[in-house]
Design a protein around this ligand. Structure first.
Ligand code: C2O
Ligand code: CU
Length: 611
């Protein structure tokens, strides 16, 4: 079982324990009422006694289920501790003591009830509250454990139990003495004060122009991209989109290493503003296109001119970074392809020495782009498919009819990639893979999630059962003396309750906080930096650091053994722990976020800055 499935199982078990205690308590309460003669008229008393006995059995059975669930949770917690303390901290420090209290209070009383004592209504409900608090701490709070969470969990259970005692305690003597009331109120108040007091100051001083405009030579390639609302056709349907130059995707921008690109961005009528971010292209900070961090969003009628030197070859893409979740989804994106120096800028349609096809996959208003293309390729022609995933979720790609290599990932060539046959590849949100092969005499087809997007003749859908390529063991390794880390950061990804102003929201969090409250990561120029990225949540987080490619060191403790992997977008799946390293060689203030853009929008974005 993967750590991700243990995380899910653990939550299911915890919910089961809470529900069982609560149901046992409620059932016990009905037997207590009928024992007191409250609900049964006299003529149904016999009937009533039989019913009471069966409800008593039911309540005791439920309590037994709860105890078994708690024992099972001991096992899942131990497994999670072994996967990493991040996965288990709050289970050990908060849920554990609460579960233990539930057992100690309810257990002996249930045993006495079995032997003929009174139904332990309040004890069972107390156990239910304690176990409910344990679930809430995992689901709403997570890592790291805060003293506020401890106080609120324990205070909440105490308060609920006192109210229950007052309503359903064994008569007489339902009064609650003053001391526990005072303590509970104090504990809850202290917890609330800490929630407010511990909110970090806004993390990023959002200063503009912190980095001097780099001196860039005269442009050799000029483009203009005008953002505007547009009606585009996809799949035979008209779609209201946001488009660059009236088309989705926007025009592909092409260049050769050494070119100086000048891209003029204009906004015709996108009210919420637009920018251009060069995804995976490690441009100077001032050209990075993050509104509120490196520039202001370009509003309708305005323009912004980007200028940077093309010094990385490979497959990249551009997209708006203003209201990026909506903007990219609605169509504000396009491909950026840079050829190695010495090669000509290609017209995407030109053939010559080989075939190159750019395949930017996107979901536009429920329609899958690009539409299928049937192409021709003479046998022996070299083909390069530049695959770009511009969606917020992973896509599965499969090539049938030819052995292929993954020549490059995220724009960077792999070392000695081997030929692959009948193998699928998973590309994370934002990621790019270049597949290369020599066209055979028979048809070849590229499929995305089982849908053909490019082919050279009739092809059958490849089986879903194909193995998936693991990049960590693909290609040839190089002796790769790791630079000693000068600085290390841990990012624990999760969901949790976050105060957004005074509105609580269920945010996507990093280290227990959501944007803009996540502490920035401060590095110095020249340092080698290591990130440990831990996914405690139940969903995939495609991680993306701006301005730098990161070298993958390990996943779940297993060293990367294939070609060096320099990525800018990688999927951290539930329960996974990735270690990546990079050289701090591009000063500025950089976004570091989940590229499921809805997650980023709901808090999962922080900043790397040079101090
Ligand atoms: Cu393609 Cu900040 O993202
Ligand atoms: Cu995410």
């Amino acid at each position: 079982m993967t750590t991700g499935s243990i995380i899910a199982l653990d939550i299911v078990i915890a919910v089961l324990a809470a529900a069982s205690w609560l149901a046992a308590g409620a059932t016990a309460a009905t037997t207590a009422l009928s024992a007191a003669g409250v609900s049964e008229p006299a003529d149904t008393a016999d009937h009533g006694r039989a019913g009471t006995a069966s409800r008593r059995r039911l309540a005791i059975g439920l309590a037994v289920v709860a105890v078994i669930a708690i024992l099972a949770r001991v096992v899942t917690t131990i497994v999670l501790i072994r996967a990493g303390w991040w996965f288990a901290a709050e289970k050990v420090l908060i849920a554990g003591p609460l579960a233990l209290a539930a057992l100690l209070v309810a257990g002996p009383r249930v045993v006495r009830w079995v032997k003929g004592g009174r139904p332990p209504v309040v004890a069972l409900l107390f156990a239910g509250y304690a176990q409910t608090a344990a679930v809430l701490v995992t689901v709403l709070h997570g890592y790291p454990v805060s003293s506020a969470a401890v106080l609120l969990a324990f205070g909440g259970v105490g308060g609920a139990t006192m109210v229950t005692w007052r309503l359903a305690g064994p008569p007489p003597g339902r009064a609650v003495s003053r001391a526990p009331v005072v303590v509970t109120v104090a504990v809850i108040t202290a917890g609330l004060v800490l929630v407010v007091a511990q909110r970090p100051a806004p993390a990023v001083p959002h200063a503009h122009g912190s980095v001097a405009e780099p001196a860039v030579a005269e442009p050799t390639r000029r483009f203009t991209l005008t953002a505007g609302t547009a009606t585009v056709r996809a799949d035979g349907r008209e779609i209201e989109a946001w488009a660059f130059n009236g088309q989705v995707p926007g025009p592909p921008l092409t260049a050769t290493v050494g070119d100086v690109l000048e891209v003029t961005l204009r906004n015709r009528d996108i009210d919420r503003g637009v920018t251009l971010h060069w995804h995976g292209y490690d441009v100077p900070n001032s050209q990075d296109g993050v509104p509120g961090v490196t520039q202001a969003a370009v509003l309708p009628g305005e323009e912004f001119v980007y200028r940077f030197q093309a010094d990385q070859a490979g497959t990249y893409w551009y997209h708006t970074h203003a209201v990026s979740d909506i903007g990219v989804r609605k169509g504000l994106y396009g491909a950026l392809v840079v050829q190695p120096s010495g090669t000509q800028v290609r017209d995407p349609a030109a053939r010559g020495t080989g075939i190159e096809v750019i395949v930017p996959v996107h979901t536009l208003d429920g329609r899958s782009l690009p539409e299928a293309v049937e192409d021709t390729a003479d046998a022996g022609t070299p083909v390069r498919l530049r695959l770009i995933n511009t969606d917020s979720t992973t896509h599965r790609y499969a090539l049938t009819g030819a052995a292929f290599r993954v020549a490059a990932v995220d724009g960077v060539d792999l070392n000695r990639p081997s030929a692959l046959l009948n193998t699928a590849v998973l590309i994370p949100a934002g990621g790019r893979y270049d597949l290369t092969f020599t066209a055979p005499a028979t048809p070849v087809g590229l499929f995305v999630d089982g849908r053909v997007v490019w082919s050279t003749g009739p092809v059958a859908v490849p089986p879903q059962a194909w193995p998936v390529l693991d990049l960590l063991t693909y290609g040839g390794s190089v002796p790769n003396p790791l630079p000693r880390a000068d600085r290390e950061f841990t990012l624990v990804l999760d969901r949790g309750l976050d105060m957004h102003g005074f509105l609580p929201r269920y945010a996507h969090t990093v280290n227990g906080a959501a944007d803009p409250d996540i502490a920035p990561q401060v590095v110095r120029s020249g340092e080698s930096v290591v990130f440990t990225i831990v996914n405690r949540s139940l969903v995939v987080h495609p991680w993306h650091l701006h301005g730098h490619h990161v070298l993958v060191l390990s996943r779940d403790g297993e060293r990367a053994r294939g070609s060096p992997l320099l990525l800018d977008s990688f999927d951290v799946r539930p329960g996974e722990v990735w270690k990546v390293a990079f050289r701090a060689d591009n000063p500025g203030m950089w976004a570091n976020h989940c590229h499921n853009l809805a997650h980023a929008d709901q808090g999962m974005i922080l900043h790397l800055l040079y101090g």
